[in-house]
Ligand binder design. Structure first.
Ligand code: CAA
Length: 240
């Protein structure tokens, strides 16, 4: 049996591509989703993976769903923290809910999902954690103080946890996508998106599968010496 992998936000967009890719690599994948039941059922039918509802902002839900996965598939060995939301607005127009929701899902979600599984990974001497950050956590983005702060936090979390687990066979890395052809990017106003696209040296949006193969690379058994790193996948839009 392949490794047990959990992908949050794993039924749509980049997460769907990651679920598909890890399954193709032989893993037993559980894809978690926050609210879109229709997309989730489609993912389950198309990919034949375990699909469970879980709002990563809610720590009790995370603990419960991880317990369920463990009893159905076994201990979690690979965790991909992909779930993320945007609530774009300039700070002078942002409301408390826009701030809270993004921090709670995009940043607190990492704690809520990782805290319950990290002890087991350490005890067993193996784990692969891949966190989805963003170009906008690296460079900042007009209208995204909430999202840029959360995604910069994802990178800090990644580095700190990588240090704590380096001797325990657990690697912790981040992948920082640029603008990828997903629903999230489709919500950016068309005129704004055109200026963003003009800024991408490769000359197009990225594809979810191009991010998924980076996640799979970092999640592989053979990959034990990269930890604490951030792999940027942004068509050359921002070079770090
Ligand atoms: N840089 C500088 N000035 C900018 C600007 C920018 N990037 N964008 C807008 N402005 C200017 C406008 O030209 C306008 O100037 P004037 O007042 O002189 O005309 C002014 O700022 C408008 O400011 P407002 O605060 O009134 O902005 P708004 O309410 O009209 O809209 C916004 C702001 C909602 C943030 C809108 O600009 C927007 O949606 N931007 C896209 C943000 C974005 O890229 N989000 C990424 C989502 S995808 C994602 O996050 C995935 C990932 O990881 C990459």
């Amino acid at each position: 049996m392949g490794r047990v992998a959990v992908v949050t936000g794993g039924t749509r967009g980049i997460g769907y591509a990651v679920t598909q890719r890890l399954k193709a690599d032989g893993m037993q994948v559980a894809a978690l989703y926050g609210g879109n039941d229709e997309a989730a059922m489609r993912c389950r039918d198309e990919l034949g993976v375990l699909v469970l509802k879980c709002d990563v902002a809610e720590s009790l839900e995370c603990r419960a769903v991880l317990g369920e996965i463990e009893s159905l598939l076994g201990p979690v060995e690979v965790l991909v923290n992909n779930a993320g939301v945007t609530r774009d607005a300039s700070l002078h127009k942002m409301n408390d809910n826009d701030w809270d929701r993004v921090i709670r899902v995009d940043l607190n979600g990492l704690y809520n999902m990782t805290r319950p599984v990290i002890g087991g990974m350490r005890d067993r001497g193996f784990g692969r954690i891949v966190n989805i950050a963003s170009i906008n956590g690296q460079k900042g983005q007009f209208g995204q103080t909430n999202y840029s702060a959360a995604k910069a936090g994802v990178i800090g979390f990644t580095k700190a946890l990588a240090l704590e687990t380096a001797r325990k066979g657990v690697t912790v890395n981040a992948v920082a996508p640029g603008y990828i052809d997903t629903d999230m990017v489709a919500h950016v106003p068309q005129d704004v998106l055109e200026t963003i696209k003009a800024d991408i040296p490769v000359g197009r949006l990225g594809r979810p599968d191009e991010v998924a193969r980076c996640v799979a690379f970092l999640a592989a058994d053979e990959q034990g010496f990269i930890t604490g790193s951030t792999l940027t996948v942004n068509g050359g839009q921002y070079m770090v």
